[in-house]
Ligand binder design. Structure first.
Ligand SMILES: Nc1nc2c(ncn2[C@@H]2O[C@H](COP(=O)(O)OP(=O)(O)OP(=O)(O)O)[C@@H](O)[C@H]2O)c(=O)[nH]1
Ligand SMILES: [K+]
Ligand SMILES: [Mg+2]
Length: 371
């Protein structure tokens, strides 16, 4: 049996299994099996592959301060948006699958350069290799923000279909990794603890966790739940290859629907409504994309000289925010070694200038003098 068939079989069994306290553990084990198979599917070198057809990726060099990928069904207006936002022409037409490769453009915004990638449309089954789905999703994984284009005139079910496709390849949209401590050990068995009541894991959370760990053949480890997480969150942690990416849902073609319909769509979380044809709300789209990227522009200055306000260092958020450390590694490899202190002017300070250490968190438009 191939991997896809095994996946289908487990999905069927999960759908058939009634969710109650007696089946929680079994369901957890099935979820772990499913996660393992999906990981296998994503690693064709394991021999099982499953993509089929032309597996050549869309190699586009990263450029600029951040990368945004346009993901959507065919003919929702992705290429129209690329041409409008970047000035790079990408062919747009009324037939599906007009775009066949990855086409990069650049958005110049607030002194930063953002790479926007137009991609072929994807449909249900993309993650399992339908059309160019796998290559498209691989590009989505490399992005700092996914701009999910939706056709406002089409059923909103498209959104859930695309979310499920991305989810099944290990992308997590608008989520943070769960706060769970997990450490594999050589001996000592499984130690499970929780600091909060667990409401999403049935009557016996430790049993569910044990079943999942058993499925991964992990027999010695320490687990501490520090938040009310689910078993899916725990599996994400054990798998370890998840990508947590922000996603902005952009409903295009609002010129073709009623004001009432526009109102409903505009109220969805992380959403924006636009018309690329009529240039409606496109400024807001740019502002929202910028806001979600949460880039931090830092102006550096040398002692006794004014800061260079033309060329900021543009830093992206890692875990734990943007710090002086982030800035130093961005500027020069050896800078951290010689680092003693920095002076900071700007929003991140209590008083200016403030003398800070390398863990000081920076904010957009701060001015920094190192040493
Ligand atoms: N009414 C309306 N039509 C639009 C709008 N934006 C794009 N279109 C039309 O939608 C069709 C598809 O546009 P494309 O930009 O080719 O869409 P795409 O998502 O790149 O399509 P594929 O590359 O085939 O996946 C074209 O006929 C566009 O003219 C809009 O804001 N309103
Ligand atoms: K099209
Ligand atoms: Mg296109």
């Amino acid at each position: 049996m191939g991997i896809k068939e095994k996946i289908a079989e487990i999905q069927l069994e999960m759908a058939r299994t009634q969710k109650n306290k007696a089946t929680e553990g079994h369901l957890g084990m099935l979820k772990a099996k499913l996660a393992k198979l999906r990981t296998q599917l994503l690693n064709p070198e394991d021999g099982a592959g499953g993509g089929g057809g032309d597996d050549k990726g869309f190699e586009v060099v990263k450029y600029g301060d951040a990368r945004i990928a346009l993901i959507g069904f065919p003919s929702v207006g992705k290429s129209t948006a690329l041409s409008l936002l970047t000035g790079t022409e990408s062919e747009a037409a009324a037939y599906e699958f007009t775009t066949l490769t990855c086409i990069p453009g650049i958005i110049n915004y607030k002194g930063t350069k953002i790479q926007l990638l137009d991609l072929p449309g994807i449909i249900e089954g993309a993650a399992q290799g339908k059309g160019r789905g796998r290559q498209v999703i691989a590009v989505a994984k490399s992005a700092d923000l996914i701009l999910m284009m939706l056709d406002a005139t089409k059923p909103d079910a498209h959104k859930a279909i695309l979310e499920a496709e991305l989810e099944s390849t290990g992308i997590r949209l608008n989520k943070n990794p769960a706060d769970i401590y997990f450490k594999k050990k050589k001996t000592g068995g499984i130690k499970f603890n929780t600091m909060v009541p667990l409401t999403k894991m049935g009557e016996n959370p430790s049993d569910v966790v044990y079943r999942v760990l058993h499925e991964y053949k992990i027999h010695n480890c320490e687990v501490v739940f520090r938040e009310d997480a689910s078993i899916d969150d725990f599996i994400d942690l054990v798998e370890g290859n998840r990508r947590f990416i922000k996603c902005l849902y952009c409903y295009n073609k609002i010129d073709a629907i009623t004001m009432e319909e526009v109102d409903v769509l505009a109220k969805q979380p992380h959403s924006i409504v636009v018309s690329c044809h009529q240039n409606l709300n496109v400024d807001r789209l740019l502002a929202k994309m910028w806001e979600m990227l949460a880039l931090v522009r830092v102006y550096t200055r040398r002692r006794g000289e004014p800061p260079d306000l033309n060329e900021p260092s543009v830093l992206t958020h890692g875990r734990g925010g943007v710090t002086i450390k982030t800035l130093c590694s961005h500027l020069h490899r050896d800078m951290l070694k010689e680092f003693k202190y920095a002076l900071v002017w700007g929003q991140s300070c209590k008083h200016t200038p403030q003398r800070v250490g390398k863990d000081h968190e920076l904010m957009d438009e701060d001015v920094v003098q190192v040493g």
